[in-house]
Write a protein that binds this ligand. Structure first.
Ligand code: SF4
Ligand code: SF4
Length: 332
């Protein structure tokens, strides 16, 4: 495997390209998941995107137990037992030999280096869907600001091609990184996860100071330079962490006082546990592996709290899956 995991203006490291997405902005979208994030949220739904380096993972359901991967691994990083393949990550240098030789694609390298022009050609294949649905391309991750020179060029060329663009960011980056992305971004999906700085540090590894500062910077850019055109705020609603009335109240008050009419949507995103397998494949334990989904009534309640914080209630919505209850409305 060619080792081109360089972050530069011409190359970017991408974990995955997801087509036909309806969750990362309006219409039908293609979402590009960048490798690398400055936060390490304990609930992260994309753990394969946290590291800014390629990682090998093993997909149990595909493995036929042939042990070819053990034979070809030059680092002797793999062992086989009745419970499956174990990867000694301190030995693995992600050379990719095991993935190349595995007959059933059970070994995969997460993280492919793309040239910007090749990635653009790949992404605009879905242009017809974008045009009919009002969709476009969303750079997500991970966080695209961590590869700002590459993401900036990508956005510029996508805009030149007439494609609607969005970025999804946790907001922890230098102003200069935002400056490279925002001029060619139509929509920013901006995460505000937790208002209490200590809790934010406990849940994500860092205080929320930079997140809030950058939101103000972003809003100033919108007001004075006219870009991005739209701003959506997203708050993950996670059991026993962010899913509290105090948190939603605090975020809403901050938005209402500081950001006002510049937001066109505040979305409360219900926790999901579909990423359990991803943690397993990476050999990571996940603190939420046995956590249940929230109920519709819990999501409705927090949405009502959000609608009474001073933010325009019409822009507050919730999304995602919930526990099955006998009665209750679906996401709005
Ligand atoms: S080569 Fe692939 S299928 Fe064979 S044991 Fe390794 S992971 Fe499983
Ligand atoms: S990526 Fe290379 S070093 Fe790592 S387990 Fe596979 S063959 Fe071994």
């Amino acid at each position: 495997m060619k080792r081109t995991n360089i972050h530069s203006a011409s190359h970017g490291l991408i974990a995955e390209i997801q087509r036909m997405s309806t969750e990362d902005g309006p219409g039908i979208r293609t979402t590009v998941f960048f490798k690398g994030c400055r936060l390490k949220c304990i609930w992260c739904h994309n753990p394969e995107c946290i590291s800014s380096k390629p990682q090998i993972h093993w997909i149990e359901s595909r493995c036929i137990g042939c042990k070819t991967c053990l034979d070809v691994c030059p680092k002797v990083a793999l062992t086989y037992s009745p419970s499956g393949i174990s990867i000694r990550r301190e030995r693995c240098d992600t050379c990719g030999r095991c993935a190349e030789e595995c007959p059933s694609t059970a070994m995969e390298v997460m993280g492919k280096s793309w040239r910007s022009n090749e990635l653009i050609d790949e992404l605009i294949k879905d242009r017809a869907y974008f045009e009919t649905s009002g969709g476009g391309i969303t750079l997500s991750g991970g966080d695209p600001t961590l590869q700002a020179p590459f993401a900036g060029i990508l956005l510029k060329n996508l805009k030149k091609s007439g494609v609607q663009t969005a970025i999804d960011t946790c907001g922890v980056c230098a102003n200069g990184a935002l400056d490279q992305l925002l001029p060619n971004t139509d929509l920013v999906l901006y995460d505000i996860k937790e208002m209490d700085p200590q809790k934010h540090r406990r849940f994500t590894g860092q205080s929320n100071a930079k997140v809030l500062d950058n939101l103000l910077y972003l809003c100033d850019t919108m007001a004075t330079r006219g870009y991005p055109k739209k701003l959506w705020i997203r708050t993950p609603i996670v059991p026993d962490t962010t899913a509290t009335e105090d948190n939603i109240q605090g975020i809403g008050e901050f938005l209402s006082v500081n950001v006002g009419t510049l937001i066109s949507r505040w979305e409360l995103c219900a926790f999901n546990n579909l990423c359990r397998d991803k943690y397993q494949r990476l050999g990571l334990d996940w603190v939420f592996k046995d956590s249940e989904l929230l109920s519709e009534s819990e999501m409705e309640y927090l949405t009502e709290v959000a609608r009474n914080t001073g933010v325009n209630p019409d822009i507050v919505h919730w999304s995602g899956s919930t526990k099955i209850e006998e009665d209750g409305a679906g996401p709005n």
